[in-house]
Write a protein that binds this ligand. Sequence first.
Ligand SMILES: C[S@@+](CC[C@H](N)C(=O)[O-])C[C@H]1O[C@@H](n2cnc3c(N)ncnc32)[C@H](O)[C@@H]1O
Length: 288
Amino acid sequence: METIPSRFVVTSLDHKLTELRVDGLAADWYRRSCEILRGGDRGLLLYKLVRQRQDGTHPLVILDVGTARGFSAITMARALHETDVGSVYTIDVIDHHDARSWQVKQQQSPEPLAGMTLSRSEIWRRWYPREAELVTPIKGQSWAVLGDWCYGPIDVAFIDGDHSRTAVSKELALLSQFMAPGGVIVLDDYFMEATVLRVRSRYVNRLANSIGKRIRGPWPSASRRLRLGWDNEFILVKQKFSGIKAAVQEFLVDQQGGWALEVIRMPERGGSDHEDYSGYSLALLTKT
Ligand SMILES: C[S@@+](CC[C@H](N)C(=O)[O-])C[C@H]1O[C@@H](n2cnc3c(N)ncnc32)[C@H](O)[C@@H]1O
């Protein structure tokens, strides 16, 4: 019996993007969509994965679970747009015409939707009319929609809805019945960093300085390495694993083979700094 692959592949985003030998997203379009739709470098990967599957043999069927403003759905539709063949089906519990404020608290990057109350359908009509033609929004719980799936074998699926282990387990069990041969399931937040605690303290620094003074005597060069001064910063990082890792591993055991797992380390949120596969990562499950 084959269980979890003991040596699954861990790849950096850059490496994976180079490996996918298709054109990438236009830089201007990507940058603007990151602002309007609150996207990130997952879009670079999704775009190329869709482009790579375009071999002209059949219209592609793309699934997106968790639409939100629609960054992933619209980016994959952008990839389809190059050939105009295929459809993106995107599922969310939020209605397509439900007007709301999409502004995120403590947003650092520019937020063009600040102060606006818009439905997703209005956002798409205003900024992405051509891509939106290739997207079918479906309202509902992902597992309920997948339970009645009637749009044909799925070539690329992006799972980014309810991040709990139970939800993702249900989604994977249903999806496994509908994936096309060679189809790929991408799961966001396979690993994610959760808590970063930064301490800047005058008192801690005073203590560090007094320790430093003592150390500086016998080992003068240590002062430079300790970087003593008022800007000392102590950073504690606590790693939290989403339910997705557990759900994926359970799925691989249940399936007893037939799937390849690749973990992609993402530069956002510190993923690429790590030599191992901790930090923000995506998982790719390819039906072999
Ligand atoms: C992290 S956001 C998705 C972001 C989006 N993929 C993107 O790239 O911009 C998660 C979304 O999943 C939706 N969601 C959560 N649980 C869901 C479920 N069980 N079924 C469908 N959608 C769900 C939420 O309403 C939310 O809009």
